[in-house]
Design a protein around this ligand. Structure first.
Ligand SMILES: [Zn+2]
Length: 373
């Protein structure tokens, strides 16, 4: 297969930025990255590892709530154009039998993607707390029973990457244990757990929190809650909706200062109509409108979710003080590590790259497995 060369670019690797880099690709893989340190770099695009989004409900008017494989494949194509190499289609909370039926309907999409690769599903429920619903519907939440979860797992034929759950609800421990033993990441989210309950949950195998700062207890000076437990445990990873709205930019900066950088990953948690050209816009069966940079429920103005893209998340992290290599790692590498995916942007890795203008405003090119998108 023919070799191709991408460059000169500023290659953003975990070790730093390589100026005047040429990235040589063969058979979909990176063969080498060489640098010309004399090159004038200011006008060169940045080459970053293509993004990975482990928490996203839809894109461009397509998403898993449409319950067809085609909807996921369209979502995959839209995301590829936004520089996303891989994602976890995220299902809203629903009764176990409904989630199982939905997974059975979506499953045929797996392996047929022409764009971003589906890593596995992220289930945002059903074992979550009615005290921290966000825009999930409390009537859809279910008491935690391992047998119910096993039915969901079987319906997905094991293709579940992440399970957001509330560690404080009775009966959840065997489900956490089942997740750990079957290589799913149990994440604490939509949870009203106390700080102490979270410490116990970490011991049981919960290693990460869902959209840190949103739909969780804390912070409070005497009730530090999940929010603080995540900050206070260096081994716990935080996913964060880095739109500067769901979490104030000051908190993004605090997170940067307090957490090991490898424990931060950006997600969009974007709703289905994000990037859709024309309305009306619907997400999770409710009409939504874009206001002040977020989707709000039309009927009552409650924030329904984000309209974030991974490029904007990258920009927000940089504005909050993350170096570009750190921000690039938070939008790709750290999630890859968490989910056991191969490393990115280094020799021998898949050539999944996004080229971004020097001002970080525009995606100039996307390569997935060496193919230009
Ligand atoms: Zn979500």
């Amino acid at each position: 297969m023919s070799r191709q060369e991408i460059g000169p670019v500023q290659a953003v690797t975990p070790a730093g930025i390589i100026p005047g880099a040429s990235i040589e690709i063969e058979a979909g893989k990176i063969v080498s990255i060489t640098a010309d340190r004399t090159a004038s770099t200011r006008e060169l695009p940045y080459a970053l590892p293509a993004f990975i989004d482990p928490h996203i409900h839809g894109a461009g008017g397509f998403g898993p709530e449409q319950n067809t494989p085609e909807s996921l494949l369209q979502m995959s194509a839209v995301l590829a154009r936004q520089g996303v190499a891989a994602f976890c289609p995220t299902l809203y909370c629903a009764k176990p039998e409904q989630m199982a039926a939905q997974l059975r309907a979506l499953l045929p999409a797996l392996g047929k993607e022409t764009g971003a690769q589906i890593i596995g599903f992220h289930l945002e429920g059903p074992f979550i707390s009615p005290h921290k619903p966000g825009v999930m519907k409390p009537q859809d939440m279910a008491p935690a029973h391992l047998d119910d979860f096993k039915k969901i797992y079987e319906a997905a034929q094991g293709h579940i990457a992440i399970v957001t759950l509330a560690p404080e609800i009775p009966g959840i421990d065997p489900i956490i244990d089942f997740c750990v033993r079957h290589h799913m990441v149990p994440q604490a989210g939509h949870t009203d757990a106390t700080y102490e309950q979270m410490q116990a949950a970490f011991d049981k195998g919960v290693r990460r929190v869902t959209h840190w700062g949103n739909a969780m207890s804390g912070p409070h000076q005497r009730k530090p809650g999940v929010f603080t437990a995540a900050l206070d445990n260096p081994g716990i990873s935080c996913e964060v909706i880095a739109d500067g709205k769901h979490v104030h930019p000051a908190w993004l900066s605090v997170l940067h200062q307090l957490k090991p950088i490898s424990q931060i990953s950006a997600v969009t948690d974007a709703l289905l109509p994000t990037g859709q050209a024309q309305g009306p816009f619907y997400a999770n069966d409710e009409e939504v409108t874009l206001q002040e940079g977020v989707w709000k429920r039309k009927q009552d103005g409650v924030t329904a979710g984000s309209c974030l893209t991974m490029l904007e998340a990258l920009r927000q992290l940089v504005q909050a003080g993350y170096t570009l290599p750190q921000a690039a790692a938070c939008t790709s590498t750290h999630t890859a590590q968490l989910l056991g995916l191969p490393p990115t942007l280094q020799p021998q890795s898949a050539a999944n790259l996004v080229l971004i203008s020097p001002d970080l405003q525009k995606i100039e090119a996307v390569f997935l497995n060496g193919q230009s998108i």
